[in-house]
Design a protein around this ligand. Structure first.
Ligand SMILES: NC(=O)c1ccc[n+]([C@@H]2O[C@H](COP(=O)([O-])OP(=O)(O)OC[C@H]3O[C@@H](n4cnc5c(N)ncnc54)[C@H](O)[C@@H]3O)[C@@H](O)[C@H]2O)c1
Length: 447
């Protein structure tokens, strides 16, 4: 297989239809800034679709506990009425519940919809909400394929509504430190990046137990998970991706298992399976998922060795950006520890960051940094975590969205363009693997 090197200049890229659809390069602030601030006289009316673990927790219970003074939850929607009822109780919400999304908007008239469904349905609800006059806050990934992405960009343009994509990783302490170092130009202009992301045998495996294991639902981990990483890189570099080349393999999960079953709970192999996971030990998960199984057949502890699993667990991606920066990225989903290594090669030196999310050994810091000048000195330092959801990032991001605490100096707020540019790397990578050729981002999304 021969893959042709892309030679595309910044000017060519800016004139391309994809770029025209997505706007100019650089970090975009939200079109009209955060939705509302602490000074809001009237509470903002919010409704949520997708009452799973993320919807009922971060965007449900935590939202009501922390921002009840500026917002009111007016409706909850999910296709599973049993999960919906439990989630409502768990959140402490007092609003009506719906299985029909349109009916929820018609009868509760929310200002803002929060989308936390299975990934492949984000686009449907984002578009419907905007068409029905609502602003939208959506969980990542923005969408799972190029057509769904295009639908969102078109709907936003048509309706003029505001869309926020909740890239919480931008608010983690180490991500902010990296952004600040790059902006200071301490290592000069970045020319290339090495970025290796590791999901461990617990968190990585969790994706293979659920809908994430199927491209049709998650777009693969190159979209579902890597959208975070691509967004970080686009934001860190203030650059737009132009061309993507990728390889992907399924080496551990799915058809690779020597035995399999439907789900862990009643598995005859539980005594010998290294991925056996006992959901019955978690009361909240039992109520949220197992007690609701009869309504939609969603099995939360499904077998990681199901033969139908069609995503990759071993992925390598090369990305070329509009400013000639190149990135080598890898994502592996069965590692003994979790976190990432990132190295920025600059014209004046190199920045290395090693970020630990979980590992079997004790570490003082959550991230270790090294900055080395060409022909000069090297310095090291560590960072510690604030604690809380996603290293404290969820709360900081929600404060930024709901309380508007001043200017967004680092450009952390993310809109549709940021959401699109990050998934488009993953979608291009998926297409590259499937069709065994490099993919230009402009091939995927047109006006
Ligand atoms: N930013 C983050 O760090 C982060 C963390 C976790 C999850 N997420 C995102 O949050 C979303 C939800 O993830 P989760 O882990 O809670 O998944 P989940 O499976 O627990 O919840 C998904 C919910 O969507 C519902 N649903 C499925 N199809 C639907 C449809 N057509 N209409 C309405 N509801 C439907 C399901 O019944 C379920 O309640 C995903 O998009 C995921 O990417 C983001």
């Amino acid at each position: 297989m021969t893959k042709k090197k892309s030679e595309i200049s910044r000017r060519q890229f800016l004139s391309s239809s994809a770029c025209a659809a997505l706007g100019v390069a650089g970090n975009s602030l939200l079109k009209s800034g955060p939705l509302w601030g602490a000074q809001a006289e009237n509470k903002r009316k919010v409704a949520l679709v997708g009452t799973g673990i993320r919807g009922s927790g971060t965007w449900g219970k935590a939202l009501l506990e922390n921002y009840g003074d500026v917002l009111e939850m007016v409706g909850l929607c999910d296709i599973n009425p049993k999960r919906l009822e439990y989630a409502k109780k768990y959140m402490g919400a007092e609003c009506p519940t719906f299985v029909d999304f349109k009916k929820m908007i018609e009868s509760t008239k929310p200002d803002t919809i929060i989308v936390t469904t299975t990934d492949c349905f984000h686009s449907k609800y984002i578009c419907l909400a905007m068409e029905m006059g609502c602003d939208v806050i959506t969980e990542k990934p923005l969408a799972t394929d190029e057509n769904l992405c295009q639908n969102i960009l078109d709907a936003e343009k048509r309706t003029g509504k505001n869309l926020i994509v909740t890239f919480n990783y931008r608010y983690s302490p180490e991500a902010i430190k990296i952004k600040e170092i790059l902006m200071s130009k301490e290592i000069g202009e970045v020319t290339s990046v090495d970025f290796n992301y590791y999901l461990d045998i617990y968190h990585g495996a969790s994706y293979f137990r659920r809908w994430h294991g199927f491209k049709q639902f998650s777009g693969s981990l190159l979209v579902h998970k890597a959208t975070h990483h691509y967004d970080l890189m686009n934001w860190w570099l203030a650059a737009e991706p132009v061309e993507v080349n990728a390889y992907g393999e399924l080496r551990k999960y799915g058809h690779n298992g020597n035995f399999r079953s439907g789900q862990c709970r009643d598995c005859p192999h539980k005594g010998k399976c290294e991925f056996f996971w006992d959901i019955t030990r978690n009361e909240h998960l039992m109520k949220l998922y197992v007690n609701a199984e009869s309504a939609d057949g969603y099995i939360r502890d499904a077998c990681v060795f199901r033969k139908r699993i069609n995503i990759w667990d071993t992925m390598n991606v090369q990305v070329q950006y509009h400013n000639r920066v190149t990135m080598s990225y890898s994502l592996n989903a069965f590692m003994p520890y979790e976190g990432y290594f990132v190295g920025f090669n600059g014209t004046k030196g190199r920045l290395d960051a090693r970020v630990y999310h979980s590992q079997p050994w004790k570490t003082e810091s959550m991230a270790d940094f090294r900055i080395t000048q060409n022909f000069g000195k090297t310095k090291t330092f560590g960072l510690t975590s604030e604690g809380g959801g996603h290293w404290g990032a969820d709360r900081v991001m929600q404060d930024r969205i709901f309380r508007k605490p001043g200017e967004d100096l680092l450009g952390q707020g993310a809109g549709s363009r940021d959401g699109a540019l990050s998934i488009l790397i993953g979608i291009a990578a998926r297409r590259s693997i499937e069709q065994e050729r490099p993919f230009k981002v402009e091939e995927l999304v047109k006006i």
